[in-house]
Design a protein around this ligand. Structure first.
Ligand SMILES: C[S@@+](CC[C@H](N)C(=O)[O-])C[C@H]1O[C@@H](n2cnc3c(N)ncnc32)[C@H](O)[C@@H]1O
Length: 430
């Protein structure tokens, strides 16, 4: 079947209509392209088709950099030159917000960094193929293992660490036992690639992590700390049950220098993944603001709180997993609260607290109805919403706009080049 791609949609595919008018989604295509496809999935709505041939390519089409592109589940846009990827994300953001009923939007300002080598974190599966341990990702759209030999969106040290792991296991039987027992491995590096943390997710407890890590450190001297975590994968979807930390070697986290501050991130803790754009994100959210009181909700290790604390008399940082935050965000004018945002806000409404600025940076699910209605009651003059999901963002913004907020600024911060993921910063004012 021949189709013409009309637009790109969230998730990475191109959208077209077949002759009878039905909508079809085709991955790895670009707006305007004339293509030939084969329908693969008619049970889903809309139908999905696989690309057979591009008859008229877009001027934005380029040869993908990574040899695994198309097979690997990680990237969706390597076939588009980088400026076109940003344009696509911008139009998807605009359309998603308008579809939620948000009109007269401010212009979307895009912020970009280097589109390769940017990830500071890499999580790989470990499987034996033909008796040899390999590392890899999920094959696109499946839970099948795809062995890889490169990942050009990740900081080079991360792939070097993965290779070192395989190399050490190939050299010594005791090290090989570690990989037989391991299901996944995660590496996390500082922005300058000088320090590295490793977590091995294992099927069962196994002694001797220290000896294994000393061995590994000879090959990858940046390794500063490591730990094992017991993991259980259940069902055909490989659902991960909550990992249970076991042994530890070296440091328990990394000190990460960014935005003129040093942040301590414990092994496995959240930190923004794009090492080139963290400073810019902090600048957009926090750097140009000042006043008496600001709240940083969903604060992580206090990425925005620290910069806000230089300009506001008091900053309250709220985080559900708050150990690192509580340990580091203290002193005059700084208060760290380990709580859910909703609990914190319920209490604040009773206390009639009203900051000048509220920053929210929730996980993909967004803040949701109750948090929006509590924010509306508190009625801070300025809210900054940092989002990694345009659909939940649009839903939440609609509630805030209906409560009297105006969308003043829209920033697309492209933290995830080559992928469909979309980071947005929205400034709302009363
Ligand atoms: C997208 S991260 C943002 C972290 C931080 N603002 C940063 O940029 O580094 C979301 C954070 O919200 C925390 N979190 C998740 N659910 C929460 C909740 N209900 N209440 C408060 N924090 C929550 C997570 O632990 C995570 O640290």
């Amino acid at each position: 079947m021949k189709l013409q791609i009309e637009k790109a949609v969230y998730g990475g595919a191109g959208l077209a209509h077949e002759a009878a008018g039905k909508t079809v989604l085709v991955p790895f295509t670009l707006p305007g392209e004339l293509i030939e496809v084969q329908l693969v999935e008619q049970k889903k709505t809309p139908d999905e088709a696989s690309l057979l041939q591009v008859m008229t390519p877009s001027k934005d089409r380029v040869k993908p950099t990574c040899s695994h592109f198309g097979e690997c589940g990680g990237c969706q846009y390597q076939h588009a030159e980088y400026p076109a990827q940003v344009k696509i994300k911008s139009s998807i953001l605009q359309e998603t917000l308008e579809r939620a009923g948000l009109m007269a939007l401010p212009n979307i300002e895009s912020h970009i960094g280097p589109p390769w080598d940017y990830r500071n974190r890499m999580r790989l599966r470990i499987e034996e193929l033909g008796g040899t341990p390999r590392v890899g990702y999920n094959r696109r759209g499946t839970n099948e293992f795809l062995a890889i030999h490169e990942c050009p969106i990740s900081a080079p040290i991360l792939w070097r660490a993965a290779q070192s792991l395989l190399h050490v296991a190939a050299q010594t039987p005791s090290a090989a036992r570690w990989l037989t027992n391991a299901v996944e491995v995660e590496f996390f590096t500082t922005g300058d690639e000088k320090k590295l943390q490793m977590t091995l997710f294992v099927r069962k407890d196994q002694p001797g992590l220290a000896a294994f890590c000393e061995h590994l450190k000879q090959v990858i001297p940046e390794l500063a700390g490591a730990g094992t975590s017991l993991i259980k994968l259940t069902g055909p979807q490989r659902q991960v049950q909550k990992p249970h930390p076991l042994e530890s070697w070296g440091t328990t986290g990394l000190s990460y220098r960014t935005a003129d501050e040093d942040y301590w991130i414990s092994r496995g803790g959240f930190f923004q993944v794009n090492r080139f754009l963290i400073d810019e994100l902090v600048r957009i959210v926090a750097a140009d603001r000042n006043g008496q009181l600001a709240w940083d909700l969903y604060a992580g290790v206090g990425l925005f709180s620290r910069t806000l604390a230089k300009k506001f008399r008091q900053v309250v940082a709220v985080e559900i997993a708050g150990t690192d935050l509580i340990n580091s965000f203290k002193g005059t004018g700084k208060r760290a609260v380990e709580a859910t945002t909703v609990d914190f806000l319920r209490h604040a409404v009773i206390q009639r607290e009203r900051p000048q600025l509220i920053v929210v940076d929730p996980p993909r699910a967004g803040v949701g109805t109750e948090v929006c209605s509590l924010l509306a009651r508190i009625a801070a003059p300025e809210i900054i919403y940092v989002s990694c999901d345009p659909v939940t963002l649009a839903r939440d913004l609609k509630m805030l706009v209906d409560a009297g907020y105006k969308l003043e600024e829209l920033h697309l911060v492209d933290l995830f080049p080559q992928t469909f993921h979309l980071e947005t910063v929205v400034v709302l004012r009363k």
